[in-house]
Design a protein around this ligand. Structure first.
Ligand code: LLP
Length: 441
């Protein structure tokens, strides 16, 4: 685990998060349980916000990428930290608005926004819509014309950099479903078409080069390309972008394969990006753009742990040992989807030496249903509480009811207090939308 003030083992070896004993949280709220450390979420929001304030005169904002973890409480936290958010569906937008989030600080994303989602975004008065197709631009223009509004928009650009964790590749052409390519001229084409539309106002560009990235240079290179692009479009069309959204993607610690970053490290990523934008603005005689970033994983990822109760243990001698827990791919889908790696401990005895390598198996009817594979673990027995780290991002938000399993509760912990922020589903939730036609009765 990446220890910090709010995540550590106490003198008895008990795992403490946000001032609460993990084993007591498990007892009080049941398992599986998503636990979120509020102080960590806030500290990460502040790191980015303060860096923008300090090194870019506050001329920008942090948009929490709420796809990482969306529920009313997290939007409340973001609002109270004076940052914005991005929403990628009507559902995320609805949740943010229900939480009282100021629409002016919401940016709407998506490569295939539905017509009704565009209508909802316009009627809410979102701060920006990030366009990803010409047909969408036309639909939005039509919606705005009808409602007598002019909507600020950005265009999603593909700078031809794909970053993956420790490496990045530059590609002349990309096969991504997102954005318009700089190199093949499609970005210029769409800008020209959008500039003609009367009811949408182009403010600038957005790009997002990937997720779980540690390579500082990939962010810098993307910023450099985007600034060159702003200059190029200015000379070709006369339009100078005043907003630049550089997306998210800052990596987090899951296992010892990843660096253990601290707040300062995240600040230095953003500072490098800012330095590049400033330098390029000067070099190219451009106005400094209003700068947006959209971190998701790095804000909530390490804030979260998931608690499980150990069930059956199956040792296949010389082959594999399975420790089965009461969760699985329905609430922790990242192993099944990406073979993601995690660390885990016995929450009652964090310091016990890891004497075995096990697979943590879920309870779904599928052999690939693991929470994690090849985890170094101390001796555990049925009934013990297992804590899996760095589960705050893309776990609850990607959970499903596969096998009609119940989506777990989420609690927010802070200074020894624990509050439910998402209720555990019950069986009634599972059948709520089922309808039995008369002829089957
Ligand atoms: N902005 C845009 C336009 C994005 O597409 C994403 C993530 C973000 C911001 C936030 O990126 P972050 O800071 O969280 O890396 N389900 C995958 C991750 C998918 C990320 C999709 N886009 C996973 O569990 O690894």
């Amino acid at each position: 685990m990446n220890e910090r003030k709010t995540l550590y083992a106490d003198s008895e070896g008990q795992l403490i998060i946000g001032g609460c004993r993990a084993t007591e949280l498990a007892k009080e709220f049941g398992t599986p349980l998503y636990v979120f450390d509020e102080a960590y979420i806030r500290s990460m929001m502040r790191v980015y916000k303060n860096t923008l304030d300090e090194y870019y005169d506050g001329y920008g904002n942090v948009l929490y990428a709420s796809k990482a973890f969306s529920c009313e409480a997290v939007y409340r936290i973001a609002a109270s930290e004076n940052i914005g958010c991005d929403a990628v569906s009507g559902g995320e937008l609805y949740t943010a608005l229900k939480a009282g989030f100021d629409a002016a600080h919401i940016y709407m994303h998506g490569n295939n926004k539905l017509y009704n989602e565009l209508e909802e975004a316009v009627s809410a008065g979102v701060g920006g819509i990030v366009l990803d197709s010409v047909s969408e631009a036309q639909a939005l223009d039509e919606i705005c014309a009808r409602s007598g509004k002019v909507q600020d928009v950005l265009i999603r650009i593909n700078p031809g950099i794909e970053a993956h964790t420790h490496a990045f590749v530059q590609t002349a052409r990309t096969d991504s479903k997102f954005g318009f390519s700089i190199s093949d001229g499609s970005a210029l084409e769409v800008i020209e078409q959008v500039l003609i539309l009367k009811h949408i106002r182009l403010k600038g560009y957005h790009c997002h080069i990937g997720s779980q990235i540690f390579e500082k240079q990939s962010f810098v290179l993307a910023a450099e390309k985007m600034m060159n692009f702003i200059s190029d479009i200015k000379s070709k069309t006369g339009f100078e972008a005043t907003v630049l959204n550089m997306g998210g993607g800052f990596g987090i610690y899951y296992t010892d394969d990843d660096p253990k970053l601290k707040e300062n490290d995240y600040a230095s990523y953003l500072k490098a990006l800012i330095d590049c934008v400033k330098h390029k603005a000067e070099e190219l005689s451009l106005k400094r753009p209003y700068l947006l970033i959209e971190p998701g994983r790095s804000i909530v990822g390490e804030s979260g742990i998931t608690l499980y109760t150990v069930g059956t243990i199956k040792d296949i001698p010389g082959i594999k040992k399975y420790i089965a827990v009461d969760g699985g791919m329905f609430e922790a889908p990242r192993y099944a989807l990406y073979q993601s790696k995690y660390c885990a401990v016995n929450a009652a005895d964090v310091n016990a030496p890891a004497t075995q390598v096990v697979s943590i198996a879920g309870k779904c009817c599928e052999s690939g249903d693991l929470v994690a594979a090849d985890v170094k673990l101390s001796d555990v027995k049925s009934g013990d509480i297992l804590a899996v780290f760095s589960t705050g991002a893309y776990h609850y938000s990607m959970a499903s009811n596969y096998n009609r399993n119940l989506i777990p509760a989420a609690v927010l912990v802070n200074e020894g207090k624990a509050d439910i922020i998402v209720k555990r589903q019950d069986y009634e939730d599972i059948v709520r939308n089922d309808v039995v036609p008369e002829r089957l009765k």
